[in-house]
Design a protein around this ligand. Structure first.
Ligand code: SAH
Length: 393
């Protein structure tokens, strides 16, 4: 077992059970990619068992803070069982569930989503990559499922010195899966879809949106960055009759239209618009259009805090346009999934957008990711999705 010794004073974050050690905190020691190391303080005190990432600025990711624990197949089985137990207790209204959410579940760099009978995993760190086969077997054993698809094609693997890897890790068969969310049927392709195939983090917000649309009697709904139309289906379920899905992905929009039919809604109530959201918002404004409810759920504008400035301007711009397009009394649900933009900053950005638009609004709810994407108190960096539900004054 190799030992990594930290610089004086750099033991503090591990002592607080924060799982990362940055390159600059390491005084001495090295190991192969993903190798398990013992991390100790400058004075030689045990801090954690961890995975070493020689090419990442996050040099060490802790597996365990318990010196008596061994990092072996049983360790992964225990962590996976605990993660699944948490989801069972959360009583999620869907058979699409995030089973493992990385650091929050004590498995840094591992993402596992379950879509009905199919598991999809992303191995995003050197440590999880090294233990891939063990993790795959543990996932099948814990769930009783037989199919596991790998979607290790995220850009963050590059930072770990890892290439891309996709395909069936266990089992095989069609990559299109149908899941049930709220009372809706949704299809996704685990091989072709974004991330692992679908945005499970917005599940509860889609359910809320359907309720609000019904409660407010919203008819005209604009779903910006719609992907496969999850919020559009929610709007139709809430009784909306003029729903527009806007996205720049043709295949995602085709799926959105399919979802309208699959759920028995009138296709005349839905329009799929293959376009850039920014340009569309400007055009709709020029045309004098108004909406009773609008969703703004853009992709990550700020991958890290370093991009926060430019991202802030982009968020402000779409929110300004969105607020202007809102009919008086209308509902805007607006999101940011950028880790680099905190909830407080996001609210400031939206306030600035309101000032520019000359629109005031009530905050009716602060929004976040569904609870199967948990944040732990030791690792607040895990929090990424934040949003506001606003009612135009
Ligand atoms: N709300 C969706 C998830 C949105 S993900 C859900 O509930 O499932 C963000 C989407 O924005 C992606 O589908 C991507 O194709 C789309 N997108 C990214 N940039 C865009 C742009 N400039 N104009 C339109 N759509 C864009």
């Amino acid at each position: 077992m190799k030992t990594i010794k930290l610089r004086e004073g750099k033991e503090r974050s591990l002592l607080r059970r924060h799982p990362w050690v940055f390159q600059g905190s390491v005084a001495k020691g090295g190991a192969d990619a993903g190798e398990t190391v013992r991390v100790e303080s400058a004075s030689g005190e045990f801090l954690a068992w961890a995975a070493f990432s020689p090419s990442s600025s996050i040099r060490v990711r802790a597996w365990s803070f318990d010196e008596a624990e061994r990092i072996d197949a049983e360790f992964f089985a225990r962590r996976i069982a605990a993660a699944i137990r948490l989801r069972e207790r959360l009583a999620i209204q869907s058979n699409g569930v995030r089973l493992v959410h990385g650091e929050a579940d004590g498995l840094p760099g591992l993402i596992v989503d379950r879509y009905a009978d199919t598991l999809v995993a992303q191995f995003l760190s050197a440590g999880t990559d090294k233990w891939k086969a063990v993790i795959a077997d543990a996932l099948l054993a814990a769930t009783g499922l037989t199919r596991l698809y790998e979607r290790s094609d995220s850009g963050v693997r590059q930072l770990e010195g890892l290439g891309q890897a996709t395909g069936w890790l266990r089992g095989d068969g069609p990559t299109t899966v149908e899941l049930t969310e709220s009372s809706w049927r949704l299809k996704l392709d685990v091989a072709e879809g974004h991330k692992t195939g679908y945005y499970l983090d917005q599940r509860d917000n889609r359910a809320d949106f359907a309720r609000w649309v019904r409660q407010l009697g919203a008819q005209r709904v604009l779903n910006c960055y719609s992907y496969t139309g999850g919020f559009s289906v929610a709007a139709l379920a809430g009784g909306a009759t003029e729903v527009i899905s806007v996205d720049s992905s043709g295949p995602a929009l085709a799926r959105a239209s399919e979802h309208v039919l699959l759920n028995g809604f009138d296709p005349a109530h839905h329009t799929a618009l293959d376009a850039d959201v920014n340009a569309t918002l400007r055009q709709l404004l020029k045309d004098g259009k108004q909406f009773d409810a609008i969703v703004l759920d853009p992709p990550k504008f700020a991958p890290s805090a370093a991009h926060a400035d430019r991202a802030s301007r982009a968020y402000k711009d779409i929110n300004r346009l969105g607020l202007k397009l809102l009919a008086p009394g209308g509902l805007l649900t607006t999101y940011s999934c950028s880790g680099g933009i905190g909830a407080e900053l996001f609210q400031k950005i939206v306030a600035g957008a309101g000032m520019d638009a000359g629109v005031d609004a009530y905050i009716v709810k602060r929004l976040e990711a569904s609870p199967d994407h948990p944040t732990t108190i030791c690792f607040p960096e895990g929090e990424y999705l934040k949003g506001l539900a606003l009612l135009r004054a």
